[in-house]
Design a protein around this ligand. Structure first.
Ligand code: NAP
Ligand code: SF4
Length: 672
C-alpha cells in the first residue's frame, strides 16, 4: 500500500471480488469504437491503462439496442452484434491484471440518428430530431435488451457493466419531469419515473447472477431545470442498491446543461458535496468524478469521506501510468490532464478520434513506435516551449544526445502565459512534468538562458530542430506606440491594466485576455466562487441543483474588438467556447465586430463601424492580433546543409495551438 496515498491504495472489497485500488478509469468515447482495427487498438489502449494501475476501467458507452445508438455509423457499438470482438479487450486487460466493465448506454433523445426515442416527444436543445415516445411494450423490451447485453458482456469476459443513468441519456430522461410527461407505469409521479432505471438494474442482476459487478451511474446533480431533487437522487440510489447494484458512479450535469462541469475553470473536486450526500445514504461504494486530475485530490476526497473511489477519464488519456506513478512515489512524474478538451472532446465533436494534447500517443498506442534510435545522433532543439519540450524529451528517450536551448530564464514558452488565465492554472502542471522528465533523461542537456547561434548550430550538431515559437503581431494602427498600449504577453506577465480596457483581436487569446480582465477573484474558497458564478445550489433544496440567477457584471469595462463580421468565438473549442462566451456576456463585456481601427491617443481608441466613428474611452489597449513565426535561423541553417526542422509556431504561426506544437514535436522526435 502507498504511504503517500493510503486511502487510494486500500483495496476495495466488493464481497465476491476485490478491486486493487480506488482509481477508476471512467467511461470515454474515443472514436476507436468505429475505427478500422478499432477493437485491437482499444485492447492495447485499455491494457496499457490496466498495466498503469487503474483499479477498474469502464469502456465507452455501448447501446443495448439499435434505438439507443448514439449516431449513424455506430452499428459496431450495438453490443449484441459485436460481443465476440470485445473478448480482445477483456483478454488484454486481464492479462495485465486489470478489471473492466462495459458501459451500457441508451442515448434516448440524444441519439443523432433519424429516429430517436424517449419517454415523451420532447426535443432536446442539442438535437434537431424530436424523439418518438416509447410504447410501454417497447420499454419492457428495452429492459430486456439491457439484461441480454449484460449477459453477452459477461460471456465476453467483462467483469461487470456500468449502467449509464446520468448525463441526460435515456434513463435520466425517464427520471425527470422535464422530459417525462407520461402518465402510465413509467411516468406521472416520482415512483413511476424511477421505475425504468430500477427495473433495468433488477433485471440485469437477475440475468447475470450475484457475483458480477453492476455499477449504476447516478446523476448526483442534473444541473438542468426540472432535474431531480437531492431527495430523489438519494431515493434512487437506495432503490438501485436494493435492486442489486454493487457500486455507484457519480454523473454531473446533463449534456444540455448550461453549466461548465469539466472545463479547467471548474475547481478540483468541486462536486464532492453531491457525491457525499449520496454516500451518507447508501451502503454500497460510490465514486466521485469530474475535475479530479491528481492523486492528492483523490486522496483527500476518499480520506474526507466524500467518496469510496474516484473516477477519472481524461487524466488516463494524459498518462496511462497515472496510478502506478502515484503508488510508486512518482506522482511528480504524472503527465497531468489540463482540462483543455482540445484533443479529446473537441476532436470527438468533429468526428475525429480522441487523443490528448499533452500525450499525443493516447489512443494511438499501436501507431507510434517509440523504440530506441538505430543510430543515435547529436541534435540541438532550439526553444523550450511545448513543441520543443515534446521533441527534445522524445529524442532523448530514444537515445539521441540532445541539447535543448532556451533563451529565457525558464522552460514553457506560451504555457507560461496561459497558466495565469483563470481556469488554466493546470497548464503549469505540464511544465512541472517536463521539468521532471528532463531530469530523468541522461542524454538531454537543458541550456537555459542561452540563445543558440548559427555557427555552433551548423558546426556541432547532426540535426537542428527549431521550436523558436512566435512573437505577437503588432498591427499598423496610428498611435499603436502610445504608452497605454500593451501586448497580451505584457499583460499576462504582470503589467497592470486600468478599469477600462479595449482588446484588439477576438481569437482564442483575445477571449482569454477578456476572461483574465473580468473573472471574479475568489479570495475565499474557489469551489464556492465557482458554484456562485454558475448558480449551482449546493443545498439539497432545489430541483436539478440550480439556484436563482444572480447579476455578476464585472467592475471593469472591457471592449472585445475584431475587424471581421462573423460570429464571436467561432474558433474556440466546441466544448469550452460556449461557456467562455456566456461568462463574458454575463459580465458585460462589450463585443464589437466589423470594426475599423482609426487611431489610439490619450483619450482612448477611435473606431469606425458601419460608417460611423466611435470613441472608446479606455485606459489601456491590449493587442491580441495573432502572432508571427520566429525562425530567423532556418534559412542560414538550411543553406549550410545541416538537416533543420521546424516545429510548432516557428513552422506556422496561423492557428498555432499547443496541440499541434506538441504533436509535431513528438512525431518528429520519433522520426529522427
Ligand atoms: P487568432 O485566433 O488567429 O486571432 C487573432 C485575432 O487577431 C483575430 O481575431 C483577428 O481578428 C485579429 N487580427 C489579426 N490580424 C490583425 C491585424 N493586423 N490587426 C488587427 N487585428 C488583427 O490568434 P490568437 O488569439 O493569438 O490565438 C492563437 C492560437 O491560440 C489560436 O489559433 C488558438 O488555436 C489558440 N488558442 C485557443 C484558445 C481557446 O480556444 N480558448 C485560447 C488561446 C489560444 P480580425 O481579423 O477579425 O480583426
Ligand atoms: Fe486532458 Fe486536454 Fe488531454 Fe483532453 S486533450 S485529456 S482535456 S489534457
Amino acid at each position: 500500500m502507498s504511504e503517500i496515498y493510503p486511502h487510494c491504495f486500500e483495496p476495495l472489497d466488493l464481497g465476491f471480488t476485490t478491486l486493487a485500488n480506488r482509481f477508476m478509469m471512467g467511461s470515454m468515447h474515443t472514436g476507436l469504437e468505429e475505427a478500422d482495427n478499432g477493437f485491437a487498438r482499444m485492447a492495447t489502449f485499455y491494457a496499457e491503462r490496466a498495466a498503469g494501475g487503474a483499479g477498474l476501467i469502464v469502456t465507452g458507452g455501448v447501446s443495448p439496442n439499435r434505438d439507443g445508438m448514439l449516431g449513424l455509423g455506430a452499428n459496431e457499438r450495438c453490443f449484441p452484434d459485436s460481443h465476440r470482438e470485445h473478448e480482445m479487450i477483456t483478454d488484454a486487460v486481464h492479462a495485465e491484471g486489470g478489471r473492466i466493465l462495459l458501459q451500457l448506454l441508451h442515448a434516448g433523445r440524444y441519439s443523432k440518428h433519424d429516429h430517436p426515442v424517449g419517454p415523451s416527444p420532447i426535443r432536446s436543445p442539442i438535437n434537431r430530431h424530436v424523439p418518438r415516445a416509447l410504447e410501454a411494450s417497447e420499454i419492457e423490451r428495452t429492459v430486456e435488451d439491457f439484461a441480454a447485453s449484460a449477459v453477452l458482456a459477461r460471456d465476453a469476459g467483462y467483469d461487470g457493466v456500468e449502467i449509464m443513468g446520468s448525463e441526460g441519456y435515456l434513463l435520466s430522461q425517464f427520471l425527470c419531469a422535464r422530459t417525462n410527461h407520461r402518465d402510465d407505469g413509467y411516468g406521472g409521479d416520482w415512483a413511476r419515473r424511477k421505475r425504468l432505471a430500477v427495473d433495468v438494474v433488477r433485471r440485469v442482476r437477475a440475468a447475470v447472477g450475484d457475483d458480477w459487478i453492476i455499477m449504476f451511474r447516478l446523476s448526483v446533480l442534473d444541473l438542468v431545470e426540472g432535474g431531480m431533487t437531492a431527495a430523489q437522487v438519494v431515493d434512487l440510489a437506495r432503490s438501485v442498491q436494493a435492486a442489486g447494484a454493487t457500486l455507484l458512479d457519480s454523473g454531473i450535469g446533463w449534456h444540455e446543461a448550461q453549466v461548465p462541469t469539466i472545463m479547467g475553470l471548474v475547481p478540483h473536486g468541486a462536486f464532492a458535496f453531491a457525491t457525499r450526500r449520496v454516500r451518507a445514504a447508501v451502503d454500497i461504494p460510490i465514486a466521485a468524478c469530474n475535475r479530479v486530475n491528481d492523486p492528492a485530490t483523490a486522496e483527500s476526497l476518499i480520506a474526507g469521506g466524500d467518496a469510496d473511489l474516484v473516477s477519472m477519464a481524461r487524466p488516463w488519456l494524459a498518462d496511462a501510468a497515472f496510478a502506478a506513478k502515484a503508488r510508486d512515489g512518482r506522482a511528480d512524474r504524472i503527465n497531468t490532464c489540463i482540462a483543455c478538451n482540445q484533443a479529446c472532446l473537441d476532436a470527438i465533436f468533429v468526428g475525429e478520434e480522441a487523443t490528448c494534447l499533452v500525450n499525443p500517443r493516447a489512443g494511438r498506442e499501436t501507431l507510434f513506435d517509440e523504440s530506441p534510435a538505430s543510430s543515435p545522433r547529436r541534435i540541438a532543439v532550439v526553444g523550450a516551449g511545448p513543441g520543443g519540450l515534446a521533441c527534445a524529451t522524445t529524442l532523448a528517450a530514444r537515445g539521441h544526445a540532445v541539447e535543448l536551448f532556451e533563451a529565457g530564464a525558464r522552460i514553457g514558452g506560451q504555457f507560461n502565459l496561459a497558466r495565469v488565465i483563470p481556469g488554466k492554472a493546470d497548464y503549469g502542471e505540464t511544465l512541472r512534468y517536463f521539468e521532471r522528465r528532463i531530469t530523468e533523461l541522461d542524454t538531454l542537456r537543458l541550456r537555459l538562458g542561452e540563445r543558440a547561434g548559427f555557427e555552433p548550430l551548423a558546426r556541432d550538431y547532426d540535426a537542428v530542430v527549431l521550436a523558436t515559437g512566435v512573437t505577437p503581431r503588432w498591427p499598423d494602427i496610428p498611435g499603436i506606440g502610445h504608452p497605454m498600449v500593451m501586448s497580451y504577453a505584457e499583460l499576462l506577465s504582470g503589467r497592470p491594466a486600468g478599469g477600462r480596457v479595449a482588446v484588439i483581436g477576438a481569437g482564442g487569446i483575445g477571449f482569454d485576455v477578456a476572461e483574465f480582465l473580468t473573472a471574479p477573484r475568489h479570495d475565499g474558497h474557489a469551489v464556492d466562487g465557482y458554484l456562485d458564478e454558475w448558480r449551482i445550489d449546493a443545498s439539497p433544496a432545489s430541483a436539478g441543483g440550480l439556484a436563482d440567477a444572480v447579476g455578476d457584471a464585472s467592475d471593469r469595462t472591457v471592449y472585445l474588438l475584431k475587424r471581421s463580421a462573423d460570429r464571436f468565438g467561432r474558433t474556440l473549442g466546441k466544448s469550452t467556447g460556449w461557456a467562455l462566451r456566456a461568462a463574458l456576456a454575463r459580465r458585460g463585456v462589450c463585443m464589437l465586430s466589423g470594426v475599423e481601427y482609426r487611431r489610439i491617443d490619450d483619450d482612448g481608441i477611435e473606431i469606425a463601424m458601419d460608417g460611423t466613428t466611435r470613441r472608446l474611452a479606455v485606459d489601456n489597449v491590449v493587442v491580441c492580433a495573432g502572432q508571427e513565426s520566429l525562425r530567423d535561423l532556418y534559412e542560414p541553417l538550411y543553406r549550410s546543409g545541416v538537416p533543420t526542422y521546424l516545429v510548432g509556431g516557428a513552422e506556422l504561426a496561423a492557428e498555432l495551438d499547443a496541440r499541434r506544437a506538441i504533436e509535431q514535436g513528438y512525431t518528429l522526435g520519433l522520426r529522427l
